[in-house]
Design a protein around this ligand. Structure first.
Ligand SMILES: NC(=O)C1=CN([C@@H]2O[C@H](COP(=O)(O)OP(=O)(O)OC[C@H]3O[C@@H](n4cnc5c(N)ncnc54)[C@H](OP(=O)(O)O)[C@@H]3O)[C@@H](O)[C@H]2O)C=CC1
Ligand SMILES: O=C(CO)[C@H](O)[C@H](O)COP(=O)(O)O
Length: 492
């Protein structure tokens, strides 16, 4: 174990050391998180399975603060002040389990293990319970912001015990993004709550990106806009209600040129969206919780459709599109319609995501403050956006809001946008442009506001074919109709 501090003359000094915190796993995220900690005055013990990464970190960035180079997990543990705090930033899954096991053998009761990877919250609950039995704190922590966020200030979503957060919180809050002098980090709730919220964050990220993709496709296909014009449209949108990191980088990606030629970068990228799995997890868990996250589900499926290259190739030229080409008389009005449809659909995706956090909190007995989640997503993370302030205000004003859509600001937003939304979805259908995100969001909006749904007919069908019973609008209890007999009603 050696401490590397940079002296004023630039030389390195080696001395026994006591680090404030450790990071193991120094790939993209871990390296930048360690640098962020060091830049904020924390002495950081650093370790990576493959030593070359540790050496490269210290050789390149050693002058940014105090790094203590460790060759092994045991070395790392020896370097730390008590209670020891170790952040794991390794590949999610088996790698994380391996590192936890090594750490648990070397640490002592009261020490804190932080998993900052994208772990499934069910794994986090299992790991937390196992480490608790050994007297250790396990803090599953969602960290969002990618490479740049990890270095300059991510959004941090720690779970685990309040006791562990008391020790760990000040350090995490010091390196998190800051918005209006408020750190984008707070204790989310017990055991896997942090990773659950990070999972939903990523689900919303999928929905948001899908909606942006649909807006781009519509403006390009229906209006024939060039990528330069589209970049400008997104740039303009980024100065209004839609202001967000994802809209900002959409303009950047659309403006980018093919590094190998003259054309647009986006035109040479293979149109198959990959996924690491957090969006899929969100939908799987939402199905179990019974939370309709249709925007996220459509986004996950749209990625799957894009990846089915052989099917798409087989259908291309076989399945017909509209027989008449759609013409738009007032292109500028259509651009505004798409902007409003995008904002309204985005509001639905976030409303569904917040519903899922509320349902997850109830199912897993977490005390999650929805307004606080909106607060810590205002900066640092991939879905950071101006309107998260509105979400924070909505939940602060009415913590038990049945749906974000009924908050006065959001109700007015979707009400004002709904005519545009309908025109956009209808135009997309007429032009043969797939808009699963816009369509699902509008259907959800219409389902919520309807007085009666066709669910009543489905209940009738279920009762006829399977005697599954139905409830009545005008009486308590469950009933069954004698479908094959005299059609009389019996109480079930
Ligand atoms: N990249 C991103 O934008 C984001 C990533 N995350 C999450 O953060 C974590 C780290 O991500 P990232 O930095 O991209 O790195 P990767 O997910 O690519 O993981 C690589 C790191 O894991 C280590 N590792 C893998 N298996 C083992 C093992 N069995 N034992 C010890 N170490 C192991 C590697 O060590 P070695 O060098 O020896 O191979 C390396 O340090 C992941 O869980 C990821 O999902 C979260 C938010 C954003
Ligand atoms: O966690 C993240 C940000 O918060 C990553 O951006 C996310 O893992 C990317 O996911 P995918 O590869 O599935 O698109």
């Amino acid at each position: 174990m050696t401490e590397t501090t940079t002296e004023p003359n630039g030389s390195s000094a080696k001395q026994p050391a006591q680090a404030d915190i450790a990071v193991t796993g120094l790939a993209t995220m871990g390296r930048n998180l360690a640098r962020n900690l060091a830049r904020h005055g924390h002495s950081v013990a650093v370790h990576n399975r493959t030593k070359a990464r540790t050496d490269a970190l210290v050789a390149t960035y050693g002058d940014e603060g105090t790094f203590i180079v460790c060759d092994s997990i045991e070395d790392l543990v020896r370097s730390l002040k008590r209670p020891r705090k170790v952040i794991i930033m390794v590949q999610a899954g088996a790698g994380t389990d391996e590192v936890i096991e090594q750490l648990a053998d070397a640490l002592e009761p009261g020490d804190i293990v932080v998993d900052g990877g994208n772990a499934h919250f069910i794994d986090t609950r299992r790991r937390e319970s196992a480490l608790r039995e050994r007297g250790l704190h396990f803090v599953g922590t969602g960290i969002s912001g990618g490479e740049e966020g990890a270095l300059l200030g991510p959004s941090i979503m720690p779970g685990g015990t309040a006791e562990a957060y008391q020790t760990l919180g000040p350090i995490l809050e010091s390196i998190a993004a800051q918005v209006d002098d408020t750190p984008c980090c707070t204790h989310v709730g017990a055991d896997g709550a942090g990773h659950f919220v990070k999972m939903v964050h990523n689900g919303i990220e999928y929905a948001d990106m899908q909606l942006i993709g649909e807006a781009y496709d519509l403006l390009r296909t229906v209006l024939g806009k060039s990528t330069e014009e589209l970049a400008e449209i997104f740039r303009t949108w980024n100065s209004g209600d839609l202001e967000s990191f994802l809209i900002e980088i959409t303009a950047e990606v659309l403006a980018a040129k093919d590094p190998r030629g003259e054309g647009a970068f986006v035109d040479v990228v293979l149109d198959q969206t990959e996924q690491k799995g957090t969006g899929r997890w969100t939908v799987q868990i939402a199905l179990d919780l019974g939370t309709p996250v249709s925007g996220i589900a459509e986004a996950v499926f749209a990625r799957s459709v894009s990846g089915h290259a052989e099917q798409r190739q087989a259908a291309n030229g076989v399945l017909e599109g509209p027989s008449t080409k759609i013409t738009i008389d007032k292109p500028e009005e259509f651009v505004e319609d798409v902007r409003r449809a995008l904002y309204a659909s985005k509001v639905v995706a976030y409303a569904q995501g917040f519903d899922m956090i509320r349902d997850g909190a109830e199912a897993y007995d977490w005390d999650i403050d929805l307004g606080a989640m909106a607060t810590i997503w205002r900066g640092g993370c991939i879905i950071r956006a101006r309107f998260l302030d509105r979400i924070r205000e909505a939940y602060e004003k009415t913590p038990d809001l049945p749906s974000l859509l009924v908050d006065p600001y959001f109700a007015r937003t979707v009400n004002e946008g709904q005519e545009s939304w309908r025109r956009v979805v209808a135009t997309a259908a007429a032009a043969g442009v797939p808009v699963p995100g816009f369509g699902a969001a509008l259907s959800y909006y219409d389902a919520l506001r309807r007085d009666r749904l066709p669910a009543a007919l489905l209940q009738g069908l279920r009762d006829l074919f399977g005697a599954h019973t139905y409830r009545r609008t005008d009486a308590e209890g469950s009933f069954h109709l004698d479908w094959s007999g005299d059609k009389s009603e019996q109480e079930a």
